[in-house]
Design a protein around this ligand. Structure first.
Ligand code: 218
Length: 190
């Protein structure tokens, strides 16, 4: 195994763990059982932008596994298939942000800092939407019984997961925006 591969696997493990730690620490910031304003997806986005989609999806998948084995996911698992979908598939899909890596690298090479930021934020939006599309679908299929009287399962799931996606996505966007001068340091693999 060469040095780069060891660095890749180490970063996947460390960043997934970091996401898990942020998850636990930002627990009190929750606005509702499924709604939070927290940037805990950020480590997974960083892996995605540093190494690409496959690495990002591996880190997200690992974060999903960590939530299940630590019991963090307990309240979110109703059935085996639903749990698989919302913890393994949904969290792995955050890594789709990595589709922006080539565009980010190109902008970095050309020293177009505005474009680097824009491409990064686009990646965050892609990863957030991909993850929450799964939670939205799972929401109206499996969580419909929790909808208030007279509210359709689809509408209920859209409101719950839409506001959660907005909260978590915007938190990541805000942090990247504020840390913009550090962005190239974080993207540099050396
Ligand atoms: C309407 C509804 N309620 C709950 C869930 C489950 N859910 C939503 C968002 C995120 C996660 C993963 C842990 O943060 C889960 C399990 C849902 N999909 N829809």
């Amino acid at each position: 195994m060469n040095r780069s591969r060891i660095q890749l696997l180490t970063e996947i493990a460390i960043f997934a763990t970091l996401a898990m730690i942020l998850d636990v620490f930002t627990e009190p910031m929750k606005l509702g059982p499924w709604i939070s304003f927290s940037f805990k997806m950020l480590p997974i986005f960083l892996v995605s932008f540093r190494w690409g989609t496959k690495a990002g999806m591996s880190a997200g998948f690992l974060w999903g596994i960590l939530q299940v084995v630590t019991g963090e996911a307990a309240g979110g698992i109703l059935t085996l298939f639903q749990g698989f979908l919302e913890y393994f598939v949904a969290f792995a899909l955050i890594g789709l942000a990595g589709v922006m890596k080539p565009a980010i690298d190109r902008a970095r090479q050309r020293k177009e800092t505005g474009k680097v930021l824009l491409n990064t934020l686009t990646g965050v939006v892609i990863g957030t939407i991909a993850r929450y599309a799964i939670h939205f679908i799972a929401g109206f299929i499996f969580w419909g019984q929790y909808a208030p009287e007279g509210q359709s399962a689809v509408y209920y799931s859209f409101v719950v997961n839409g506001s959660s996606a907005l909260g978590e996505g915007l938190a990541c966007i805000l942090v990247i925006w504020l840390a913009q001068p550090l962005l190239s340091v974080f993207l540099d693999k050396k």
